[in-house]
Design a protein around this ligand. Sequence first.
Ligand code: F2R
Ligand code: MG
Ligand code: MG
Ligand code: MG
Length: 312
Amino acid sequence: DDTSRIDKARGLLFGLALGDCLGAPFEGRSGVTEADIIAMQNGTDLLRHTDDTALALVLARHLSRRLGGTPRTATGRIDADVLALEFAEAWRAEPWRGYGGGVTKSFELIVAGTAWREAIRAVFPDGSFGNGGAMRVAPIALVGGDVREVAELARRSAEVTHAHPDALHGAVCQAVAAHLALELAPTEPVRAREFVPPVRQAVPSPLWEDKLDRVVELAEQEADPAEAAAELGNDVSAPASVPLALLAFLRHPGRPDATLRFAIRAGGDTDTVAAMAGALAGAHSGYTALPSHAVSRLEAAKDLHLYAEHLA
Ligand code: F2R
Ligand code: MG
Ligand code: MG
Ligand code: MG
């Protein structure tokens, strides 16, 4: 029904922002403890987000503005040239949000008038394989009607900054997983062996298939965060962060706080892994299941509510 649809849309966007904010202080660290994270969660300061949430909000706004009318194709929901400029403008307005080095150079070129296709190839000729396309992609899951459409839109939203196939697979993997999490009732049990196969089908590449097989095994073995990071990776590349986020969700389905702690305790790119895991957990369990004390301190709460309601 509408109430649960809105609760799940809010859960997806607030889960993303919460993971970003709670993970940000630990980005690049290893050996993060439960106590470190709980202290963050129980604090009183405003929770500041980074590039992950900033660009997810740009994508959500882009999709909101283009909801009217009926595009003939899924790709009509995204104007790539406009979206590239909107991402670059968000960077220009707040360059201190912790952006990646490559994407920063691309945005400099784009705001100076270079077309995005040229700008991104000038920085990485093979395209960036960073997780920037995946970290911001979750809002796509709210507008795509089925897995095929979600995958197409995910690629289209990612390719304006990330042209490397692994970055595109990462965005598709995260968006399809978020779409499937939205479709599950919050009370429904989530089993890795059933949840992962349609995601795996959407990323036909030996590297991604192998990673997702490992995710199922690690979920069933109840791997801890350190083992998960050692097996799957926890860095800023898409293949070494998107699978870890999916595992964090599958290790603790129905418990967003535990999913977020798992993601952050895995270390490395903590804000981004927690943002992606938080989006999945929030999409499944809904806004009302997120830790309310921390949610109430999110810097972007007003915009997150606005776009969740629009896109739901
Ligand atoms: N950048 C960070 N964190 C480190 C600095 C933040 C610091 N705390 C601060 O406040 O300054 N976090 C954010 O970046 C990640 C997303 O990155 P994105 O958007 O994918 O950027 P980029 O630059 O395209 O890729 C990231 C790096 O990956 C390497 N790389 C990518 N493709 C490459 C290629 N084809 N060849 C060689 N290297 C490649 C480069 O080192 C890129 O700089 C998120 O963690 C977000 O939170
Ligand atoms: Mg970040
Ligand atoms: Mg849908
Ligand atoms: Mg990060």
